[in-house]
Ligand binder design. Structure first.
Ligand SMILES: Cc1cc2nc3c(=O)[nH]c(=O)nc-3n(C[C@H](O)[C@H](O)[C@H](O)COP(=O)(O)OP(=O)(O)OC[C@H]3O[C@@H](n4cnc5c(N)ncnc54)[C@H](O)[C@@H]3O)c2cc1C
Length: 322
């Protein structure tokens, strides 16, 4: 069976959800093998096995861990040359997309980013689907040169277990000096909240300028917590200092593709849509019935968020308790 490489996203030994999704996707087209960069492969192996990784190629040690991004692309390029996989799947995170671009250049291959679905073409080649212009247009494309390198958005498919061996093998790739151009001098661990990571979350509740000030974001957080959701924000809200920039959703922020996206007090500017338009279900709370965000909404409430959000939070709490 053809091998498909999946770059594992992980935090030490903890495998991120998107990796299980990519393994699930890869299984439809061949036999997935995970590529693990850095320490913790033994700890992450069980999860990779659960979702169908036949092998886990591991590259660890100072050479790969102490330099920014380039070593990851070089390890993958070495594996592509040696194994000739049918494709390489990477999470469409900021770093993932940079790795995808570098890998494509190194291997002389085509690259597709922000794919939301993969299907088999007539000849069995992979066809990737992208959603553009506020979700108004679906683009289908495929790579015709080299090994398809495809960056897939988190939450594009549901991760389904299918156990496999996940046998660990060294990646066995020697890095060049060019891959060691930018050294990491310090690592600072980001403060972890109890909430799910924004780009991985199945539900995202985002607040915009309509929220009014930083204190009122507690309403958005409460609603998010009642749903086990991540909190996002529009740029208007982050630029005003009401919520940290790392939670900004949109063209110049994070791209999310959750099962459910709740936009609260957000008008739906094209730059905001660019980061959330592929959410499976979109719910809107806005007091202006003409707000463009309603064009995207599967379900919309025209109303004042200060009345709607507390009632919604209470009702969700009541139902969850039953
Ligand atoms: C190059 C560039 C990049 C950008 N990148 C991004 C990006 O990544 N992400 C992003 O979000 N924006 C981005 N923007 C900004 C974008 O153009 C918009 O300005 C921004 O998204 C507006 O945020 P908003 O919807 O919260 O605010 P507004 O457009 O001001 O909308 C506020 C909404 O809240 C509603 N409202 C007000 N009060 C209430 C209430 N009490 N109850 C219910 N509803 C209420 C209003 O009806 C209105 O629809 C970018 C702009 C540029 C030029």
């Amino acid at each position: 069976m053809t091998e498909i490489l999946v770059l594992a996203e992980h935090d030490g030994g903890t495998v991120r959800k998107v990796t299980s999704e990519l393994l699930t996707l890869a299984r439809q087209f061949g036999e997935p093998s995970a590529v693990w960069i850095g320490a913790g492969a033994e700890a992450g192996r069980e999860r990779l096995a659960e979702f169908g990784a036949a092998k886990v190629y591991v590259a660890e040690g100072g050479d790969v861990e102490d330099y920014v991004v380039a070593p990851i692309a070089e390890v993958l390029a070495g594996l592509v040359e040696r194994l000739a996989p049918a494709a390489v799947l990477i999470a469409a995170s900021g770093e993932g997309k940079e790795v995808a671009g570098r890998l494509a250049v190194k291997t002389g291959s085509g690259v597709i980013t922000d794919a939301v679905e993969l299907t088999a073409g007539d000849d069995g080649g992979l066809v990737a689907e992208q959603s553009i212009f506020g979700g108004a247009i679906i683009v289908k494309s495929r790579v015709r040169t080299g090994t398809p390198v495809i960056a897939v958005r988190p939450n594009s498919v549901e991760a389904v277990p299918a156990p496999a061996a996940a046998g660990i093998e060294p990646a066995g790739v020697e890095l060049t000096d060019a891959a060691k151009a930018v050294r990491i001098t310090e690592r600072v661990t980001a403060e972890q909240s109890e909430r799910p990571e924004l780009t991985d979350a199945g539900i995202v509740v985002s607040g915009g300028r309509g929220v009014g000030n930083a204190e009122n974001f507690a309403l958005i957080e409460k609603l998010a917590d009642s749903l086990g959701a991540a909190v996002g924000a529009s740029r208007a809200a982050t630029d005003a200092g009401w919520y940290p920039h790392q939670f900004q959703v949109g063209q110049t922020g994070k791209t999310v593709s959750p099962q459910l996206y709740l936009a609260v007090g957000i008008s739906g500017a094209i730059q905001h849509r660019a980061g959330m338009q592929t959410a499976k279900t979109i719910m809107v709370i806005n007091k202006d019935p003409e707000a463009p965000i309603f064009e995207l909404a599967d379900f919309g409430v025209v109303g004042d968020l200060f009345q709607v959000v507390p009632q919604l939070t209470d009702e969700i709490g009541r139902r969850s308790a039953n």
